[in-house]
Design a protein around this ligand. Structure first.
Ligand code: PMP
Ligand code: GLU
Length: 394
């Protein structure tokens, strides 16, 4: 049959993280004993105080459309959070609440990019950045980093990547998938370059802000000359284990926030009302209320590093945040394992799925062809079993 779909969708890649999670789910339903370490999704339940707020919102009849950019008291809670955790002052007209940080990112791309505008993506980058940019007719410009620099982009690399067509740079810190965290000095270095290029905007994706084992999260918007051109993206999916509730938000210059509101007014009419009410409770709670989850991720990171470190051919950085490890497994390329030739990270990831029943994600999806991503947002028991299986089939 003729393909009647748009070129836009035909040229878009399927989200590799979601595709792998779907494949793992399918194999599980066929009775296979799959351990899913592909999806970046906390395995904790939503804290009770957030559930209570949602129940209360149902009883209080929060059933109508909310303002497109979010309830004013939620935006106030977000403004307070930006002040408390990031030292950033955003007025309510600078904040937009969306259906997950993913939609916040899509809004930004759609309101900021014209055809051919370049967006610098330090690689590895989060899987969806590249396709969101392309959807908005932008051109992703990948800047490769490697394990030797802890997968961080240097100021020299940034300078070299900037052209007259550069419109933005998008990055996450803590980084999905590498777990790398940019410190103050590193961000100062990038900001110094950017100060010489006043037309380049920054998307700072800080959704893993609280899942930081070193402590001391730094927002680039707080660095001299950056506030006016940075869009700070955050959300409640990760720190509050609220992935399915779909709430993300931005703090941005007012003109950008206004454009995002205009855009989502035609696309979604705003985020889910009940989830917005629950998010107020999440953001007003002291960060100490979620510390038990961060501590657990920290413990698991150490466990996973120790266990994977015993496998020959896994070259690991020490992730300082998020809940992923991103081992370089290129040493396996060219080898034949149980009759399967491993020529790429995708081959390797598929090999683990078929032979160890462990789902991971190929680094290719994140712009790094030498690595795979393993999420350790799983129980200690599952992690031990998964890594034992991986070791056995290698
Ligand atoms: N940014 C990064 C770096 C992520 O890992 C995720 C996780 N899906 C998102 C944005 C989107 O999060 P959500 O849409 O669930 O808020
Ligand atoms: N951010 C998570 C991940 O990277 C969730 C999946 C997604 O939103 O693509 O696995």
């Amino acid at each position: 049959m003729k393909n009647h779909l748009s070129n836009r969708i035909n040229s878009m890649a399927t989200s590799a993280t979601l595709a792998m999670a779907a494949k793992a789910r399918e194999l599980k339903s066929e009775g296979k004993d799959i351990i899913g370490l592909s999806l970046g999704e906390p395995d904790f339940n939503i804290p009770d105080f957030i559930k209570e707020a949602a129940k209360q919102a149902v009883d209080d009849n929060y059933s109508s459309y909310s303002p497109v950019d979010g309830y004013a008291d939620l935006k106030q809670a977000i403004a307070n959070k930006f002040k408390r955790d990031n030292g950033l002052t955003y007025g309510l007209n600078q904040i937009v609440v969306s259906t997950g940080a993913k939609q916040s990112l899509a809004n930004i791309a759609m309101v900021m990019l014209n055809q051919g505008d370049e967006v610098i993506l330090p690689a590895p980058y989060w899987v969806s950045y590249s396709d969101i940019v392309k959807l908005a007719e932008g051109v992703p410009v990948e800047v490769a980093t490697s394990i030797e620099t802890d997968f961080k982009m240097t100021p020299e690399q940034l300078e070299k990547a900037i052209t007259p067509k550069t419109k933005m740079i998008w990055f996450s810190s803590p980084c999905n998938p590498s777990g790398s965290v940019y410190n103050q000095e590193e961000l100062e270095g990038l900001a110094k370059v950017l100060r010489n290029h006043p037309n380049v905007f920054v998307v700072s994706d800080e959704i893993y802000e609280h899942i930081n084992f070193r402590g001391g999260h730094v927002s680039i918007a707080n660095i001299e000359g950056m506030y006016e051109r940075t869009i700070t993206v955050n959300g409640v999916s990760k720190a509050f284990a609220m992935t399915g509730w779909r709430i993300g938000y931005i703090g941005a210059p007012e003109w950008i926030a206004k454009a995002c509101t205009k855009f989502q007014g035609q696309i979604t009419s705003g985020a889910n009302a009940i989830a917005q009410r629950a998010t107020i409770a999440a953001l007003e709670a002291p960060v100490s209320s979620i510390k038990y989850m961060i501590d657990e991720f920290h413990k698991r990171r150490d466990l996973v590093l120790a266990l994977l470190g015993e496998i020959e051919g896994f070259n690991l950085n020490v992730p300082e945040g998020a809940f992923y490890v991103f081992p370089d497994i290129s040493g396996f390329f060219g080898k034949t394992l149980k009759g399967s030739v491993i020529n790429s990270a995708s081959d390797f990831s598929l090999y683990l799925l078929e032979h160890a029943n462990v789902a991971t994600v190929t680094g290719e999806a994140f712009g790094n062809p030498n690595c795979i991503r393993i999420s350790y947002a799983a129980s200690e028991k599952e992690l031990r079993e998964a890594i034992a299986r991986i070791k056995a089939v290698l």
